[in-house]
Design a protein around this ligand. Structure first.
Ligand code: NAI
Length: 400
């Protein structure tokens, strides 16, 4: 059975998935390791599980010479040399959806708190004041929620917000199926002009940098609320500061910032500090016990499905093959250089060893091809050696 090495205190839900699939040889480490120790720990690992702090760079990949698959038990994958892993025939998986619900709940909670001006009322009571007033406090029911970016998180918020009685309008650069009674705005400008609460759920990067700038903020209704739990660069912070202090924007919640502190004791540097009716949180939108448990399960299931069936659906660096029921006695997972005739070469190699192909599926990207082949009869060690030794082969395995 494959040896599994898990770093950084991955949730016990992962171990439960591995155990249920019969994988019991599991080494765990509670933190990321310095490179020499990491390399030693990786030596025999076939399945590697990491979170965001373990650097699976070129040297770590070379040290993990038995590795067949890497699981990032988190969302981001830039701690892994993805191209290097692909060149070695190693798919890398992550958990893109497991914290969706956690972010969605936080955003809706913040929308309600900001509509009621709770952040500043809470502070006033703590400071010994009792400003008992309904001025500037509103229900969420009947208000319009504008969702920019209608992907996993945006669409989840859409459904929850409708359950609260909010009207939902969204804007996405791609055509999206509106859920429930949600409506696609004709443009971001139209959304900004209509929404009482605007929430951002777009990816980061150049294309979304400062999409909420002074002009966008001025299009928003007077007294509207802005929430950003997506990426820090999406909102122009000085422009938001100006809109909040002028009273044009009534409140804001930010979970992400253009520059975020690197450690627990480093303070956030932002002009928004100390403003009333502004909620600032330390990038914890997706951080709940449930999301950690979901991540453990989601990634471990992907790793097991790869080991058992060769499924690479959802891999971030690899040609994607969906789950395919095994049709023969054995399944061969073959990764090769994406060259003309590679599949024919593989098939004639199998034929020369008397193996009859009963099912075969190929997927390629620019550089590599990945093919699952189901054959009648047993695949001997000699066949595996012949396949692995062939110059077209990057990597070749049998399913567990
Ligand atoms: P997703 O990829 O499922 O959805 C993003 C959506 O934004 C897509 O539908 C895309 O078409 C759309 N989009 C891209 N550019 C756009 C633009 N300029 N205008 C309008 N729509 C645009 O992503 P998901 O999972 O919903 O995550 C959304 C964001 O939340 C990401 O930036 C992610 O990094 C962040 N996030 C933050 C967390 C936190 O702890 N605060 C936790 C999880 C995700």
């Amino acid at each position: 059975m494959a040896q599994i090495v898990l770093f950084e205190n991955i949730h016990a839900s992962a171990r439960a998935v591995f155990a249920a699939a019969g994988y019991t040889d599991i080494a765990t480490f509670s933190s990321a390791l310095p490179s020499a120790e990491l390399h030693a720990a990786l030596r025999d690992a076939e399945i590697v599980g990491i979170r965001s702090r373990t650097q699976m760079d070129r040297d770590a990949l070379a040290a993990a010479h038995n590795a067949r698959v890497i699981g990032c038990f988190c969302i981001g994958t830039n701690q892994v040399d993805l191209d290097g892993a692909m060149q070695r025939g190693i798919p890398v998986f992550n958990a893109p959806f497991s914290n969706t619900r956690s972010v969605a709940e936080l955003v809706l909670g913040e929308a309600i708190l900001l509509l009621r001006r709770i952040p500043e009322k809470n502070l006033r009571v703590h400071q010994g004041h009792w400003d008992k007033t309904a001025a500037g406090a509103f229900e969420a029911r009947g208000k319009t929620l504008g969702i920019i970016g209608y992907g996993n998180i945006g669409s989840q918020i859409s459904t929850l917000a409708e359950a609260l009685g909010m009207r939902v309008v969204f804007h996405d650069v791609e055509a999206k199926l509106p859920l429930g009674n949600a409506r696609a705005a004709t443009s971001m400008a139209e959304l900004l002009e209509q929404a009482d609460v605007v929430t951002l759920h777009v990816p980061g990067g150049k294309s979304t940098e400062n999409i909420i700038d002074a002009a966008a903020l001025s299009r928003m209704k007077r007294g509207a609320i802005l929430i950003n739990a997506s990426r820090g660069g999406v909102v122009d912070i000085p422009a938001l500061h100006a809109a909040l202090t002028s009273g044009h924007i009534a409140g804001a919640a930010l979970d992400v910032f253009p520059t975020e502190p690197k450690s627990a004791d480093e303070p956030l540097d932002s002009p928004l500090l100390g403003l009333p009716n502004v909620i600032l949180t330390p990038h914890i939108g997706g951080s709940t016990q449930e999301s950690q448990e979901n991540i453990g399960r989601e990634v471990a299931e992907k790793l097991v499905r790869f080991m058992e069936f060769g499924t690479t659906k959802g891999a971030v660096n690899f040609p994607e093959l969906p789950f395919i029921e095994q049709s023969g006695c054995a399944r061969i997972l073959h990764v090769h250089r994406n060259q003309p005739g590679a599949l024919a070469t593989l098939d004639s190699l199998l034929a020369s060893h008397g193996l009859n192909i009963v099912g075969q599926t190929l997927q390629t990207n620019g550089e590599i091809g990945y093919v699952l082949t189901d054959v009648d009869g047993d695949v001997s060690d000699a066949v595996m050696v012949a396949l692995r030794d062939h110059p077209i082969t990057i990597r070749c395995d049998r399913t567990a």
